[in-house]
Design a protein around this ligand. Structure first.
Ligand SMILES: C[C@@](CO)(OP(=O)(O)O)[C@H](O)COP(=O)(O)OP(=O)(O)OC[C@H]1O[C@@H](n2ccc(N)nc2=O)[C@H](O)[C@@H]1O
Ligand SMILES: Nc1ncnc2c1ncn2[C@@H]1O[C@H](COP(=O)(O)OP(=O)(O)O)[C@@H](O)[C@H]1O
Length: 285
C-alpha cells in the first residue's frame, strides 16, 4: 500500500499529580491517559526520492517546527536509507496547546505510519523511545492504549476505563506547558497514589488551581461544566472536560455551552483508533 490515512486521536489526563522533579528540570508525574475516538487526520504517501514534505492547515507553526516533520526526519535519519521519503498531509481538528495531546498524537501517527509504509519493522517500544525525544506525551500514542503513566509519562501500564462519553471545552486561550511547569506557585510534591485511589475517584489535577488563577476563562469553563458533572482540567490546559454515561446527554450539554467556548463530544476508548486502523496490536506489540 502506497498511501495511508491515519487517525491521530486526542487524550485526556483523567487526573494529574506531580510527584517530583528530575535533575534535568522535567517533572515526574502520575496520570491516566484516556484515549478518545476524536482527533486529527494524517495522510502519508510513499515517495522513493528521499524527500519529506508536509501540507498542513495548522496556523502559527512553521512546517519545519511541526512535530510531524520533526518525527519523520528523525525516523528517516535512523533508517540510513536516502531513498525513503513521504508526502504528508495533516488535517487539524484538535485545538493547539489544549492539553489534549494533538501535536504529540500527530507525531506518533507519523512514526507508526512511516514504520509501516517504509517497512522498517521497528517495535512499538523503539518507536516510543524515538518519540520521547520529541515530547513526553508521544509514547502513549505510539503504544495506543489508555494507560496509567508515571515517570514523565513514558512508564506506561494499560488499564481499562469505564466506557463513557466526554464533553471537552476549549476556552479562548492558549496555555504553554513550559510556563506552567516553570511557575514558582506550582505544587510539586504530591504524594504518589495507588491505582485503587484513582478508581475510587479521589484524585484531581495538580496544575488546576494555578491554571485557574492565571487564566480566568478556564476557571469560567470549569464552573460552567460543573453544573452538569464533575469537571477537570486536562494536562496543563487549556481544555476542560467532564464525563457522561451516554452520547445524547453529552451532546445536549455541549450544544448548550456559551459561544465563547469551542467544544466537542468524544467517546473514551481503551485502544487507539490509530492501532485499530493499522491492525497493529497483534502485529507489533
Ligand atoms: C504534563 C502534560 C500531561 O499530559 O501536559 P500537556 O502538554 O498535555 O498539557 C504532558 O506530559 C506534557 O507533555 P508534552 O506537551 O509532550 O511536553 P514536552 O514538549 O515534552 O515539554 C514541554 C515543557 O514542559 C516542561 N515539562 C514537561 C513535561 C514534564 N513531565 N515536566 C516538565 O517540566 C518542560 O519544561 C518542557 O520543556
Ligand atoms: N502538529 C502539531 N499540532 C499541534 N501543535 C504542534 C504541532 N507541531 C508542533 N506543535 C507545537 O506544539 C505545541 C503543543 O501543541 P499540542 O500538542 O497541541 O498541545 P498540548 O501539548 O497542550 O496538548 C504547540 O504550541 C505548537 O507550537
Amino acid at each position: 500500500m502506497l498511501t495511508l490515512t491515519l487517525p491521530c486521536p486526542a487524550k485526556l489526563n483523567l487526573f494529574l499529580r506531580i510527584t517530583g522533579r528530575r535533575d534535568d528540570g522535567y517533572h515526574e508525574l502520575q496520570t491516566v491517559f484516556q484515549l478518545l475516538d476524536y482527533g486529527d487526520t494524517l495522510t502519508i504517501e510513499y515517495r522513493d526520492d528521499g524527500k519529506i514534505t508536509l501540507a498542513s492547515d495548522l496556523v502559527g507553526v512553521n512546517n519545519e517546527d511541526n512535530l510531524v516533520i520533526r518525527a519523520a526526519r528523525k525516523l528517516q535519519t535512523l533508517t540510513q536509507n536516502p531513498n525513503l521519503g513521504a508526502s504528508l498531509n495533516l488535517e487539524k481538528r484538535l485545538p493547539m496547546g489544549g492539553g489534549i495531546g494533538g501535536g504529540s498524537s500527530d507525531a506518533a501517527s507519523t512514526l507508526v505510519g512511516l514504520n509501516h509504509l517504509w517497512q522498517l519493522g521497528l517495535s512499538l517500544d523503539t518507536l516510543a523511545k524515538i518519540g520521547l525525544e520529541l515530547g513526553a506525551d508521544i509514547p502513549v500514542f505510539v503504544h495506543g492504549k489508555t494507560s496509567w503513566a508515571e515517570g514523565i509519562g513514558e512508564k506506561l501500564a494499560p488499564i481499562q476505563t469505564e466506557n463513557c462519553w466526554y464533553v471537552v471545552l476549549k476556552p479562548d486561550c492558549h496555555v504553554s506547558t513550559a510556563e506552567i511547569f516553570c511557575h514558582e506557585q506550582l505544587t510539586r510534591h504530591d504524594s504518589p497514589i495507588k491505582i485503587a485511589t484513582f478508581l475510587e475517584g479521589g484524585t484531581g489535577n495538580s496544575c488546576e488551581p494555578l491554571v485557574r488563577k492565571l487564566y480566568p476563562d478556564i476557571d469560567k469553563a470549569l464552573i460552567w461544566l460543573e453544573q452538569f458533572s464533575p469537571a477537570r482540567l486536562t494536562g496543563t490546559g487549556a481544555c476542560v472536560f467532564a464525563s457522561f454515561k451516554d452520547q445524547v446527554t453529552a451532546q445536549t450539554v455541549c450544544e448548550q455551552r456559551p459561544r465563547e467556548f469551542s467544544g466537542f463530544v468524544a467517546r473514551g476508548v481503551n485502544t487507539s483508533p490509530l492501532h485499530q486502523a493499522l491492525g497493529l496490536l497483534t502485529e507489533l506489540s
